[in-house]
Design a protein around this ligand. Sequence first.
Ligand code: PEP
Ligand code: MN
Length: 376
Amino acid sequence: MSTAIAPTPFAQWGLGLQRPLFIAGPCSAESREQVLATAEGIKAHAPQVKVFRAGVWKPRTRPGGFEGMGAAALPWLKEVKERTGLLTMTEVATPQHLDAALKAGVDMLWIGARTTPNPFSVQAIADALAGVDIPVFVKNPVNPDLALWIGALERLHEAGIRRMAAVHRGFHWFGRSPYRNHPMWELPVRLKAAFPALELLCDPSHIAGDRALLAGIAQQALDLNFSGLMVEVHHAPDEAKSDAAQQLAPATFADLLRSLILRQSAAEAHLRNELQEHRDLIDRLDEEIMQKLAARMEISERIGAFKQAHNIAILQPERWRQIMLAMQAFGRESGLSPAFIQAVMDAVHDESIRKQTSVWEKDRLATDIQGSVKME
Ligand code: PEP
Ligand code: MN
């Protein structure tokens, strides 16, 4: 059961923030020069940006990468604020990080995608936040688990945090995808449906993983009525010590912001054609269905190769019967009709058989060619 959380909108944070909120800054704070050059570049090119982000402690999936400059970088954020007036923001993963960030006067915090899924870590941060009134942004967990995302927001809410927002940064997905992290738009949309007052930002940088794919994701987020964007910007992106491929130079970032189609006002957002909003979501979901089907067919091909290597017949009626029973049961639970399940699964089966057969045929062709070469 979820606790009802009552987050406040940006307009009530007392920081002069409004929707759409633009947050920009480097993945990592690397040096004083890099931090200041980036902040000044953002200020000069993109005055819409109100918040400067920079990772001071970098959670790396594997050891050995650049793990951030640590607390030594915090005074640079203070300098950014003094020089540019931008609010500052960094990631905290432990009560020690929190303590150092608060002492250094950082304005806002975020909890990263590798911390959100750990209830112990989130609770430790929440406990340390008791009595502290600071805005906290919660990134989605690395894996597509909505309950863990909500759980992190609830823990902070119980600690008294009301100035909170969620950040959608995509989800790790094993299938083939053009993106570093799969957007799975239905998850943030479900989060928003559960907590309509919650400000929800999109981090297109970590979704895209590649600067060429960023604009499309950013626009999709705005079309889905997100509250703003958090974008990685670096004064010399190619030299970045982390996430170089996805960071934008300040001028390129400003071009991206100019290219986005924004809603004019909250009133217009309300009046927005509801039909269009549903259509946008359907388009995203259709794309994801097709991506998942493509991943499924890739596995079918591998099964085809395995069956061939072990001389097993392609068609295994008993196995298929089991799949159909399982899917019909799923259909009953999800309100999908038996006829629909049957039609979809028949189409999937046909395509799967075609894929498996094509592996065999390719192989036969290769053998034939080899044979004919040998004969010559
Ligand atoms: C980041 O914002 O630099 C970061 C590490 O993001 P995430 O936690 O979403 O991977
Ligand atoms: Mn990053």
